[in-house]
Design a protein around this ligand. Sequence first.
Ligand SMILES: [Mn+2]
Length: 357
Amino acid sequence: MMAESNAEPVLLRQHRSERFLAAVGPYSRVVLVSHVNPDPDALASMLGLQTLIELRQPGKPVVMTVDGMIARAENRAMVELLPIPLIPIEALIIGPDDALVMVDSQPGTGRRASEAVTPVAVLDHHETGGKLEGVHFRDVRANLGATSTMVTGYLLEQNVSVSPRLATALYYGIDSEVSGYPRESGPLDDGALVWLYPRADKDLLARIKNPKLSQDYFATFQHALANAFLYQDVVVSWCGVVPQPDIIAELADFFIRFDRVNWSLSVGLFGNLMKLSIRVAHLGAHSGEVLRVVVDGLGTAGGHDKRAGGAIPLPDTNPETIDQTLRLIRHRLLTKLEIDEQKGYRLLEASPIIQAP
Ligand SMILES: [Mn+2]
């Protein structure tokens, strides 16, 4: 395990969970926020902290919010089936009596729609360093696979009894973050998974993991497969206009499994945002750094070692604007990876279409 980076020995004698509760203690309400289009780790972390605060500081309202949308079908199933009541962040007025708690994200990383209020507490596991000045409580551990692992630790420290609903959420929050290969996780993540699994509702978990998918999901895969290009061990796929932004990450995950590639970049358009997702087949690639170079001056990016995401706001969505931006992104990525752009070719030939039966 990596050493603690910024912890002072005196503070370590107190549980993190106690320091967290002390930080939100003086406020009359807690507002939990996360990154745009929250993922299962963000959702489960909010649910866990809500349970913790409601038990230890009874009577205090704790609000869970959504910034953007619940995009992936799995995430929608999680929110609907558990359920997780969320309030759109733009519908809230955050005042001086509110403790803003940010999970699975850090201020000033471009992952949120608004940074108007400085959080009282930040819990995160991303390598993308944010602006943490003025943040009273910070628990940032990039050596962990999930924020849900931290929250599970807090619940254990505070002897909170974890319901099947919460255990299911936290288990899926961690599992969905660490199930890729190679794994970006540590013994604490595994310990949390082992502790949560017997407590989780396995039927509910199975329903969350296997939601029904709409036709546009398959159409996006078709588009991305038909518009995937190889440059040595890099595959760049253009997903077109996507029905929801998270599918771009799903396609990057899909293409990185191709046995001839080590880098996968998927790009798609959602509204006027060009969204990018990168995956690397090995650890030590610092893909977040690479993607930041790729979008420099155009947009924002960040993430983990072998997984990263970014977004570029386009002035318009004319085909020429899209085409120029795509070319620039591809050029920058291949230059950074020292790959000859001229040697690219289409991943698949057009497939024959049979007569409808
Ligand atoms: Mn996370």
